[in-house]
Design a protein. Structure first.
Lengths: 408, 271
């Protein structure tokens, strides 16, 4: 069902009233959650056009996060590859070190405007948990973060950060003890405590209206790239590249460019130990449509429809589903989804650290790995913007351990 | 559709002034061979309808007890065709007790909704309760279910608005499953007074029988709920008992019977 270029230029790329992006998205949840989601939807549709709310959001992005983040020309790396000019959108320079804070500020403000004194969040790599704990501290909200027990071990520095920020971190022992289980547990908390609790979802997955509102809060990334590329290049880039786990940094970059079909779009999933194995986290590359965590989307499951245990070197990409808007963009042919393996990501992690002086997050390293492949096929007068979605400080222990280096 | 096994059973109960006792267990928990004997034992203890869980890896509307039940069943090799086969085997000896399959949408999508509904009809399944499919998202499954004579049972919650109650009341057949607590299955405690007020209100919008689940643990709970509701749904307390006996599965049928019998007696004493 790929659409023509003319159709892609004129689509409005907004979900319908039920939160559907084409066939995907929606609100596949138990009746116990419907009232909470309707209330959230009403509040959001009202506040997103409220000048006071927008002013407060923009002010926090400027003075608390440090936006706009720079668009940086990775000159040495571009020259070394010998293809397209590569630019990094420096979300790694945001307060808390990743794009995640754009969304948590937006949602924490929604919580405040909705009169909910308690926020909860799920987290994989810990970035979203830290970003949630950060804004909760700033706004004086109680904060509980659910985190898979395996991720608690993999990401102990972030666990400590959250505690420093006054949040309670709850390790989740059920299922595969990773992000999807943390999400299950957070949903349970929300159903039980919906009267006083706001659930800050960390990605563009989940039931409507989350995919839309998380996208909207992250779209500041793509909007900045639009004016920055005009200013620096005099035109839009030829291609955008971003890693896709749930897909929030990617949709934030892509969304403002969707109608500009001269800009090619690439989402990079975690191919783990290879797309031909079962050990990856790439539902768009090799999964199929199904229903998970409240939305219809591409996911990884077995022949019985049980959700698969995924693998990625990066905790933030280790998720069997993906945001429904990405599923839609894949089917209509507006975005391309590809994979980068653990090894490719690790190689890019080292290369960009050494050549550009930027240690990227392991999630981001997947986007960098594909950026290198893509750049090599392009001319030096062409440009790629790769979303440097997060910094790699949190990952140095993981990488050192994999390489047999002891840091203690 | 007026003649399904569920509707006949609900009509018969109403005619005799009794209320439905509806136990829930996860099919295949802790091992597939226990499921059919457990179903027969529950009928012997006075169950009027059986809700059989279709295990799913990510049951986010269930509590941890039911999730562990699903994990045990999946680990023991239970699949969706396996659940349907268990019903077919149950039907060899019991052609009267209605069986409702309860679960999540993704395994049905994987099997194919039409294939699934056809297999359900052939096996003698009577109804479906798909937790993560509210009326807004019902798609081809509804047509398939109707074509194969399956009742579709929907959930209502304390937070459900009157407008949605109308929609849900129109969509549901067999009975309406009222989730007595805001929370997940098996959490917190039951407020029977609040439940009875709520049921009286819902009857203005819903014509099918209303059965109440979530939070019913004791014979007293079941009896209290039965004074206003048309039935009591009992799940977590049974799944907990199965968990406790996971290493002695042969004792499970009798243990479930021991929980359900006092509930049956207490319910019948009240009505």
């Amino acid at each position: 069902m790929a659409l023509t270029e003319q159709e892609l230029r004129t689509l409005d790329y907004e979900p319908d009233a039920g939160g559907h992006f084409g066939d995907y998205g929606g609100r596949y949840v138990s009746e116990t959650l419907m009232a909470a989601l309707s209330e959230l939807d009403q509040n959001y549709q009202m506040l997103k056009n409220d000048p006071g709310f927008q002013r407060e959001f923009d002010a926090d992005l400027a003075t608390f996060v440090g936006r706009p983040s720079p668009l940086y020309h990775a000159q040495r790396w571009s020259n070394a590859i010998g293809g397209a000019q590569i630019y990094f959108k420096r979300e790694d320079l945001n307060h808390t070190g990743a794009h995640k804070v754009n969304n948590t500020i937006g949602q924490a403000l929604l919580a405040k405007y909705s009169g909910k004194p308690r926020v909860i969040a799920e987290t994989g790599a810990g970035q979203h948990g830290v970003a949630s704990a950060t804004v909760a501290a700033r706004l004086g909200l109680e904060c509980v973060v659910y985190m898979g027990a395996d991720d608690v071990e993999r990401q102990s520095p972030n666990v400590y950060r959250m505690k420093l920020l006054g949040a309670q971190v709850v390790p989740v022992e059920s299922g595969s003890r990773t992000l999807k289980d943390a999400l299950n547990e957070a949903m349970r908390d929300w159903v039980t405590n919906v009267d006083n609790t706001f659930y800050i979802i960390g990605t563009v997955a989940g039931p409507a209206p989350y995919p839309q509102l998380v996208r909207d809060f992250n779209a500041v990334v793509g909007r900045e790239v639009k004016w920055q590329s005009k200013e620096i290049l005099g035109r839009y880039p030829d291609a955008l590249v971003a890693c896709v786990g749930g897909g929030s940094n990617a949709i934030g970059l892509f969304y403002p460019f969707l109608k500009d079909t001269e800009v090619a779009i690439y989402g990079v999933e975690a191919a783990g130990r290879g797309l031909s194995t079962t050990e990856h986290a790439a539902p768009l590359c090799s999964g199929r449509p199904g229903v998970l965590h409240g939305a219809k989307t591409y996911l990884m499951d077995n022949s019985d429809g049980q959700i698969a245990h995924t693998h990625s070197v990066s905790a933030g990409l280790d998720y069997p589903g993906v945001g429904p808007e990405h599923a839609y963009l894949k089917d209509i042919g507006r975005a391309n989804y590809v994979g980068a393996t653990d090894d490719e990501a690790l190689a890019a992690f080292h290369e960009v650290s050494e050549v550009e002086g930027i240690i990227p997050a392991l999630e981001t390293a997947h986007a960098l790995a594909y950026t290198k492949t893509l750049a090599a096929t392009m001319r030096p007068d062409q440009t790629i913007v790769c979303n440097m979605s997060g910094r790699g400080d949190k990952d140095i222990f993981t990488v050192a351990k994999m390489e047999g280096i002891s840091l203690t | 559709m007026s003649n399904t096994r569920i509707q006949q059973r609900m009509d018969a109960l109403k005619a005799s002034g009794r209320k439905a006792l509806i136990p829930y267990i996860v099919a295949g928990d802790p091992t597939p061979s226990v499921t059919v004997p457990a179903m027969h034992a529950m009928v012997a203890a006075g169950a009027d309808v059986i809700e059989l869980g279709m295990p799913f890896s990510d049951p986010f509307a269930d509590g941890p007890v039911n999730q562990r039940g699903a994990e045990r069943a999946i680990a023991a090799g239970m699949t969706l065709p396996g659940v349907i086969n268990a019903v077919a085997e149950f039907r060899e000896q019991d052609d009267e007790t209605p069986v409702v399959l309860m679960g999540y949408l993704n395994p049905l999508i994987a099997m194919g909704e039409t294939t699934f509904c056809e297999a359900c009809e052939n096996a003698g399944v009577d109804g479906l309760l798909i937790v993560d499919m509210p009326p807004e998202e019902e798609g081809s499954l509804v047509q398939s279910a109707k074509r194969h004579g399956l009742d579709l049972i929907y959930l209502a919650a304390p937070t459900t608005t009157d407008a949605r109650l109308e929609t849900i009341g129109n969509a549901t057949s067999g009975y309406l499953y009222y989730v007595s607590l805001k929370g997940i299955t098996g959490s917190s405690k039951l407020d029977t007074h609040e439940v009875s007020q709520r049921i009286a209100h819902m009857r203005q919008h819903v014509s099918v029988p209303i059965c109440v689940g979530f939070g019913i643990r004791t014979a007293e709970d079941a009896a209290a709920i039965s004074t206003t509701a048309d039935g009591s749904i009992v799940g977590t307390v049974l799944v907990s008992q199965i968990e406790a006996l996971a290493n002695q599965p042969e004792q499970i049928p009798a243990a479930l019977q021991a929980i359900l019998q006092p509930m049956r007696q207490a319910m019948d004493a009240k009505t």
